[in-house]
Write a protein that binds this ligand. Structure first.
Ligand code: HEC
Length: 140
């Protein structure tokens, strides 16, 4: 056998050892990655897992007045669009509040003038709307 042939056979053998070794070294992580990708959807997030915290938060209890305000009321009530009484602006609220808080609550829940019922937050409970109003008039 010529030296050149020996060398090329030796290289081929070495190459296959390297390939086999790297496949072996990667096997664990490839299997993990596949298991991660094919695991059933239902087991991805279960109550109590860290990953379920956001879901529980979304499902948990009423939204705060501030959250409701920011999501559903701010668009009109921060600028006073269409004559909406502005956020914590005493001049805009005093006359309305003189009618009594229950009337103000009821007007917001049922709608009044250009103010749509519940500010269009149809998923909001009456209590969440009331909390948003409390947030808007806090300190007045
Ligand atoms: C599309 C604009 C718009 C959105 C969104 C909106 N409002 Fe209003 N709101 C108004 C306008 C305009 C008025 C004044 C209506 C009138 O007196 O004719 C008003 C009035 C009110 C009043 C005073 C009611 C009264 O008795 O005088 C309350 C309370 C109120 N809004 C609460 C809310 C709350 C809470 C939200 C969010 C959940 C909200 N609004 C979202 C436009 C809006």
């Amino acid at each position: 056998m010529k030296l050149v042939q020996v060398m090329s056979q030796y290289k081929a053998a070495l190459l296959s050892v390297v390939i086999a070794f790297s496949a072996f070294a990667n096997a664990g992580s490839v299997e993990d990655a596949i298991a991660e990708r094919i695991k059933p959807v239902g087991s991805v997030c279960v109550a109590g897992d860290d990953c379920a915290k956001g879901l529980l938060l979304a499902a948990a209890g009423p939204k705060s007045g501030e959250e409701v305000y920011n999501q559903s009321c701010l668009a009109c009530h921060s600028s006073g669009a269409a004559g909406a009484p502005k956020f914590r602006n005493a001049g805009d609220w005093t006359a309305r509040l003189a009618a009594g808080l229950d009337t103000v609550y009821a007007n917001a829940i049922g709608g009044i003038g250009a103010m749509p019922a519940k500010g269009l937050c149809m998923s909001c409970s009456d209590d969440e709307i009331k909390a948003a109003i409390d947030h808007m008039i806090e300190g007045l």
